[in-house]
Design a protein around this ligand. Sequence first.
Ligand SMILES: Cc1cc2nc3c(=O)[nH]c(=O)nc-3n(C[C@H](O)[C@H](O)[C@H](O)COP(=O)(O)OP(=O)(O)OC[C@H]3O[C@@H](n4cnc5c(N)ncnc54)[C@H](O)[C@@H]3O)c2cc1C
Ligand code: HEM
Length: 520
Amino acid sequence: MLNVPSQSFPGPSSQQRVASGGRSKVPLKQGRSLMDWIRLTKSGKDLTGLKGRLIEVTEEELKKHNKKDDCWICIRGFVYNVSPYMEYHPGGEDELMRAAGSDGTDLFDQVHRWVNYESMLKECLVGRMAMKPALPKDYHEEKKVLNGMLPQSQVTDTLAKESPSSPSYDWFQTDSLVTIVIYTKQKDINLDSVIVDHRDDSFRAETVIKDYSYLVHVALSHEIQEDFSVLVVENVGKIEIVLKKKENTSWKRLGHPQENHNSIIPKKDTGLFYRKCQLVSKEDVTHDTKLFCLMLPPSTHLQVPVGQHVYLKLPITGTEIVKPYTPVSDSLFSEFKEPVLPNNIYIYFLIKIYPAGFFTPELDHLQIGDYVSVSNPEGNFIISQLQELEDLFLLAAGTGFTPMVKVLNYALTNIPSLRKVKLMFFNKTEDDIIWRSQLEKLAFKDKRFEVEFVLSAPTSEWSGKQGYISPALLSEFLKRSSDTSKVLICLCGPTPFTEQGMKMLHDLNFSKDEIHSFTA
Ligand SMILES: Cc1cc2nc3c(=O)[nH]c(=O)nc-3n(C[C@H](O)[C@H](O)[C@H](O)COP(=O)(O)OP(=O)(O)OC[C@H]3O[C@@H](n4cnc5c(N)ncnc54)[C@H](O)[C@@H]3O)c2cc1C
Ligand code: HEM
């Protein structure tokens, strides 16, 4: 039996799911933690060598700073001296050096576009690039009144050739309402596809169309009430956002265009957008894992699609720190019981608190009523992967269980072809198993669902499966209902678990299309 070596499971990076491409964090020297870095940035030390001056950096100049002890990197047009950060970079010095003396934006985005470098590196800012990289279309010239659809020529030129056929918008009004209509011209649009935020007079509706984002972003010309409704006509891809006027006056225009208004941009090129959510409750689930409930502001419409994660952001000693988390339902039975609270306002997270961690102790210290910023959803799981599925196998380790919650709920409720769902849940001890009794009840209630717990450090009373992920365990577990049944295997857990699991699944002849691993 080919067990995952125990020294690497859990490994130093065990809290972190594998990053796309299979890279992981490196052990850092003593005194080089994130907290140490933040302390250094607050120490008043000159970290750029420029005594607080900001300069314009030419490409020739940037290229010269390409050594470890003199390393400048440009990200989104701003140049940072990252030499002082070298030893603190969790991805290691060599990774950081890949961008030395150059524009590292693409590389940075490929690995961790969510990392809040602006805040972490603010004391390392050297200045701006003299030749600015192409920015999204500048709308200053467009001071014209917005009154309905913009002509095609005014749609941003960032519209890529391969982008979905260009969406557009329009608006109309009654005495008391203003309705913004977004025509996506796509059929697979639903309430998850549109994220609306209204803050002060700024109104922002981001529609996700495949890998692109279409933005309606205006400073409204008149005040509106806090709440609004969002409707989707799915078969024609039309979205209606109904705003309530504060005063029953006739609007001559919707408002003034803001950044990227009426443009469609690759999703990877849009910055992460955050809104502040309030902590409503926090409940113990296991000895170290808690269920957090956050409430969205009333002026936000956001539904996190099945299988996707969001980023939580908190200021920690003055620096904004971001980490990814996967929302869950409030319980495994949320689809089967009467909703106690109105839908779509609450986001739930199962979060393991690491006493020596950086972010989770801060989350744990939040009081009810405190705020956390929550980003737009991200992730590469596509719900259509579940369509016509017959066998769904879920392999989860520790908090790698979190994406499985919604996948499981969705599949059992919405996929008529489904014959069985099997979860193999790896933990260290019985005490670590999240929602054990709910999982057992669900298996009892729904005959299509089975759960198997595997423990790596059980007590002598444990009569269930023991060990780590292995080909033997997998081949026994992954039995199709028929030779031709449509199968999906979802995998999530610490880096070694995911990497080794993927390899074993390939060796067991499952095709790429039959496997989905959850990554950042
Ligand atoms: C897409 C995605 C979704 C996620 N969803 C969830 C979720 O739903 N729930 C959840 O609980 N987590 C989730 N995570 C993990 C989460 O993002 C954090 O990584 C986790 O909460 C730990 O954060 P922290 O800052 O508290 O701990 P960290 O500061 O990262 O430390 C965690 C532990 O590792 C040790 N450590 C840190 N760095 C090193 C190092 N270089 N060498 C050796 N040891 C080290 C620390 O001492 C500590 O014990 C997800 C991760 C990803 C990528
Ligand atoms: C541009 C070149 C860079 C490359 C190639 C790179 C690469 C990596 C890699 C491989 C990891 C580990 C895997 C992962 O966690 O996803 C990592 C982690 C990290 N990097 Fe970078 N990095 C770069 C620049 C930067 C910069 C400029 C910052 C500035 C703050 C930064 C901050 C971080 C942080 C905070 C993490 C830990 C993320 C976590 O909590 O999981 N990186 N990087």
